[in-house]
Design a protein around this ligand. Structure first.
Ligand code: UTP
Length: 297
């Protein structure tokens, strides 16, 4: 059976405290890898996976995101007049059709699960994707597209997953693996940030999900039962307990944790080295810096 997913939620309502002071006035999602903001990578990946409706869960101070996807007639005219057609084309890749993006507010940062729940009316009765813009994935075939292809065969819920060193399990949602079929695993449980000794595996969930609309009911229940943050992991774990299928998908590609400074810097280096117009000069500079560093040790 072929299944199609056309809606994606982008939860962008977090405080982004790890990038303060920059994120005091700039949304984290506008921070750039070379010359493209994180959100652009996420939107491009979603588009190539067949997403047509983009749902942003935003918060105060995220206005720059809305402007980013709007037309920019003055800028376009200036570039057109100056004959800068290449830049004009680049600029146009950021425009979104009227009505393709919807914004809902999360009034308080009550966790990722709560942010997803805020979009419940917009996803209605359809399966949907969730993309965390912090996780940037360099891949020949975009990660969400890989997942969509697998999902069209499996249905159910699907989360992107990757192996992490045992000492890192406490930073991720971790799968309890029921059946390992290689690229796809069937989960029999999911635990949020377990310590190394409590982790059921070292398969970590990263920021790409395809979820059935029923998850909203579980999020709603969690919301009623907690005063603290509402975790998406807990709602997915609840799905498993209720007998629903949850698959982990081992994607092909390299994931960068751009929510952390080290990950963001690594992504900057990798993406700059992948650019033909920058590669040579930048590689030379990196070699020079490495030599200087070594000499100083
Ligand atoms: P993070 O855990 O990275 O939190 O959220 P954060 O606030 O963005 O950043 P730090 O930790 O303070 O530096 C993961 C994703 O979930 C979204 C974030 O915007 C990010 O995309 N999120 C998190 C929400 O939309 N709402 C929340 O209440 C929490």
């Amino acid at each position: 059976m072929k299944r199609k997913v056309t809606k994606a939620i982008f939860p962008v309502a977090g405080l982004g405290t790890r990038f303060l002071p920059a994120t005091k006035s700039i949304p984290k999602e506008i921070l750039t890898l070379v010359d493209r903001p994180l959100i652009q990578y996420a939107i491009d990946e979603a588009r190539s996976a067949g997403i047509r409706e983009f749902i942003f869960v935003t918060s105060r101070g995220k206005g720059a995101l809305e402007d980013y996807f709007d037309d920019a007639p003055e800028l376009e005219n200036a570039l057109r007049k100056a004959g800068k057609t290449e830049l004009l084309e680049t600029l146009k890749t950021t425009n979104m059709d009227s009505g393709a993006i919807a914004y809902v507010r999360q009034n308080r940062p009550m966790g990722l699960g709560h942010a997803v729940w805020c979009a419940r009316r917009l996803v209605a009765n359809e399966a949907f994707a969730v993309i965390l813009t912090d996780d940037v994935i360099a891949a020949e075939k975009p990660c969400l597209q890989q997942m969509m292809e697998a999902y069209s065969e499996t249905g159910g819920n699907m989360v992107a997953t990757m192996e992490v060193p045992p000492e890192k399990t406490a930073s991720y949602g971790i799968l309890d693996v029921g059946e390992d079929m290689g690229t796809i695993v069937r989960a029999k449980g999911m635990v949020e940030k377990p310590a190394k000794d409590d982790a059921p595996s070292n398969l970590a969930v990263i920021g790409r999900y395809i979820l059935t609309p029923k998850i909203m009911q579980n999020l709603h229940r969690l919301k009623a039962g907690t005063g603290g943050e509402i975790q998406l992991t807990d709602a997915i774990a609840e799905e498993i307990r209720q007998g629903e299928s949850v698959y982990g998908f081992r994607f092909r590609g390299q994931r960068f944790d751009c929510g952390s400074k080290a990950g963001f810097l690594q992504a900057t280096v990798a993406f700059a080295l992948a650019r033909e117009d920058l590669r040579d000069e930048f590689a030379q500079y990196l070699a020079h810096m490495t030599a200087v560093q070594k000499a100083a040790e």
